[in-house]
Design a protein around this ligand. Structure first.
Ligand code: CP
Ligand code: NVA
Length: 308
């Protein structure tokens, strides 16, 4: 029977903090948790949740995952703790990591997450920053693997903003051997450092294509993926982004360009009629709600590794 493994890195801040073998192991563990073939006892363990931004899936999947593992969570809402009053991260991290066994943190600047990790004596997990969303990428690849039974050489086309979700998809995809195409407007390309890290892994392989032509990117793709145009914290750019992303709608005509057995993903929350049509979201190719469910199973798998 599969068992959780100790991860090489102390923290999970980036998709790049895991090796290919570790990711595959977590995906296999997640599958077993999903099939209820695995029972890990983390009784007495405490996960602290610090969320500077809203969350439904990430927060609740972490809470349910801990409950299923026999542990508990503490919701350290910044507005009711001293975090919201400006207590330095280095102080908060040193105190909370004496109480909690692991921390999941959702914040704006990735450097703030790194600061938490620097001062925390316990593992810190990235629950989304402006730069990355690595837990989401694990659930995405579990969903894709469930569908196709493999990952190597599949073409995953992401249509939308090249920020956190796209960045983690690129890094995780680089490790797992898929091909990634990003279709985004000029000025909204994925982070340059992320691209160069991913390219280091894959060398001269043509695994990454960045274009501003969604139709070209969708051609014969195995997976079509999108995300909101206006991310959390960018609300004041909404009108500008609505203009910039005009033409980047994941609609039926784009789906028709992909492979016959292609699937559609969205990390959620979704704005129907903006980045995706209702028809595509509710259509037969959509695996969006399986993808959301898989957040729970990968969270259980990831946490169990941090407790092993
Ligand atoms: N996909 C995702 O992270 O959703 P939440 O913002 O609801 O956590
Ligand atoms: N890019 C989105 C992802 C939400 C899960 C955001 O940062 O708001």
């Amino acid at each position: 029977m599969l068992k959780p493994i100790k991860l090489a890195k102390d923290h999970f801040l980036s998709s790049f903090d895991l090796t290919k073998d570790e990711i595959n192991h977590i995906l296999n563990l997640a599958k077993d948790f999903k099939n209820k073939d695995l029972n890990v006892n983390a009784s007495g363990k405490v996960l602290g949740l610090i969320f500077d931004k809203s969350s439904t899936r990430t927060r609740v999947s972490f809470q349910v995952a801990m409950t299923r593992l026999g542990g508990t969570t503490i919701d350290l809402n910044p507005t009711t703790s001293q975090i919201g009053r400006g207590e330095p991260i280095k102080d908060t991290a040193r105190v909370l990591s004496r109480y909690c066994d692991v921390m999941a943190i959702r914040t704006f600047d990735h450097s703030d997450l790194e600061e938490y990790a620097k001062w925390s004596s316990k593992p810190v997990i990235n629950a989304l920053t402006d730069l990355e969303h690595p837990c989401q990428a694990l659930a995405d690849f579990l969903t894709i693997k469930e569908e196709f039974g493999r990952l190597e050489n599949l073409v995953i086309t992401f249509v939308g903003d090249g920020n956190n979700v796209a960045n983690s998809l690129i890094l995780c995809g680089a490790l797992l051997g898929v091909k990634i195409r990003i279709a985004c407007p000029k000025g909204f390309q994925p982070n340059k450092d992320i691209i160069s890290k991913a390219k280091q892994i894959r060398g001269n392989d043509d695994f990454l294509t960045i274009t501003n032509d969604p139709s070209k990117a969708a051609l014969d793709a195995n997976v079509l993926y999108t995300d909101v145009w206006t991310s959390m914290g960018e609300e004041n750019q909404k009108d500008e982004k609505d203009r910039e992303f005009n033409g980047y709608l994941l609609d039926q005509s784009l789906v028709n360009k992909a492979k016959e057995d292609a699937i559609v993903l969205h990390c959620l929350p979704a704005y129907r009629g903006k980045e995706i049509t209702n028809q595509v979201m509710e259509g037969e190719k959509s695996r969006i709600f399986d993808q959301a469910e898989n957040r729970l199973h990968v969270q259980q798998a990831l946490l169990s590794c941090f407790f092993s």
